[in-house]
Design a protein around this ligand. Structure first.
Ligand SMILES: NC(=O)c1ccc[n+]([C@@H]2O[C@H](COP(=O)([O-])OP(=O)(O)OC[C@H]3O[C@@H](n4cnc5c(N)ncnc54)[C@H](O)[C@@H]3O)[C@@H](O)[C@H]2O)c1
Length: 312
């Protein structure tokens, strides 16, 4: 029997791509998201007998009856704007920790035994790179990262106490076709408004690990199929990173522009012009997931080039 999946937050970027892929592969898929289906850009026209869509706010709903009979919950719903947590830490508590608890409670009540969870590389905070899953004590420096780590811990406890299994993925920055947020999108929008001056947060030396959307979906499904421990924990990244300065150069080349560039941060990267809680250097060690047979097809630089072309 093909497993049946519920995807919370399935109207979002990664969730929509996951839903489309699973339906294409012949699975029964239900998306639960607070976004109305008509506004779920990639899913609004997906008509397939195996696919259903429930509009619901998970924080205010009891999901038990809606997930009954499914094998696996793919829990993607979360606040995904990490910057907001500084002004409003309540958001990451409600839409991160509390929301994960609600999902786990519903799984317990309806005897759904498997959960796939989208955690994040932000759980590690500023630490040695490349960062492996074996870091003895991950120390997040943002509310977003803290809510992901707390959610992981709740999942661990539910798995041990109620005979569940989990696949937890600490994911780098996901971009690709249809990306409509993040540094590249923001910089392109700024340049389209003013092609003479470009304000860039930080000092430009901050560097991040990017993973292409298709590689990310493949990695999740591959590890889900190939590993069967009680807790299966993996980093997902592209084993490469790229600095903001390099990203700016790629964008300017593609747009054929040469504005004055104003880096707003001081020597400490984001500080002095950016947002609290951001990590200046991210590069995830992916050797563990590679041992299962998965490998990324694209690296950070080509991912950025492709995303810039797509957005333009
Ligand atoms: N995109 C990335 O670079 C990245 C990196 C690491 C981890 N992640 C994690 O992967 C998951 C998916 O990310 P994404 O980029 O697709 O985000 P997204 O913002 O595009 O999608 C999140 C979805 O969750 C839904 N949602 C949030 N709160 C909800 C609630 N209370 N009830 C119902 N629906 C709710 C939103 O409506 C949205 O459709 C998130 O958990 C995110 O933290 C993303």
């Amino acid at each position: 029997m093909m497993p049946k999946f519920v995807i919370t937050g399935g109207a979002g970027y990664i969730g929509s791509h996951m839903a489309i892929r699973l339906v294409q592969d012949g699975h029964i898929v239900k998306v639960i998201d607070k976004t109305p289906k008509s506004s779920a850009t990639l899913l609004s026209t997906l008509n397939n007998n195996n696919f259903s869509y429930l509009e619901a706010d998970i924080c205010n709903s009891d999901l038990d009856s809606h997930i009954l009979g499914f094998d696996t919950v793919i829990h993607f719903a979360a606040n995904t704007d990490a910057k907001i947590g500084f002004e409003n830490p309540d958001i990451d508590f409600q839409q991160g920790i509390f929301q994960t608890f609600k999902v786990l409670q519903a799984m317990k009540k309806s005897s759904v035994k498997k959960i796939i969870f989208s955690s994040s590389g932000t759980v590690y905070g500023d630490t040695i790179i490349p960062t492996s899953e074996n870091v003895s004590s991950p120390s997040p420096i943002s509310m977003y990262g803290a809510s992901k780590l707390a959610s992981e811990n709740l999942i661990n406890a539910f798995c041990h106490m109620y005979d569940m299994k989990s696949w937890i993925f600490r994911i780098a920055n996901v971009i690709g076709k249809d990306s409509r947020k993040g540094v590249i999108f923001d910089l392109i929008k700024k340049l389209q408004k003013d092609s003479q001056l470009l304000d860039v947060l930080g000092n430009g030396d901050q560097s991040k690990d990017y993973v292409y959307i298709d590689d990310c979906i493949d990695a999740i499904l591959h590890a889900y199929e190939k590993s069967d421990e009680k807790i299966n924990l993996y980093n997902i990244g592209s084993d490469s990173s790229i600095s903001v300065k390099e990203i700016v150069q790629i964008i300017l080349q593609e747009m054929n522009l040469s504005p004055k560039i104003n880096y707003l941060g001081g020597p400490d990267g984001w500080k002095g012009g950016g947002w609290e809680g951001d990590i200046t250097r991210v590069h995830l060690d992916t050797s563990k997931i590679k041992k299962t047979g998965w490998a990324q097809k694209m690296f950070s630089k080509e991912i950025i080039k492709r995303a810039v072309k797509d957005i333009l």
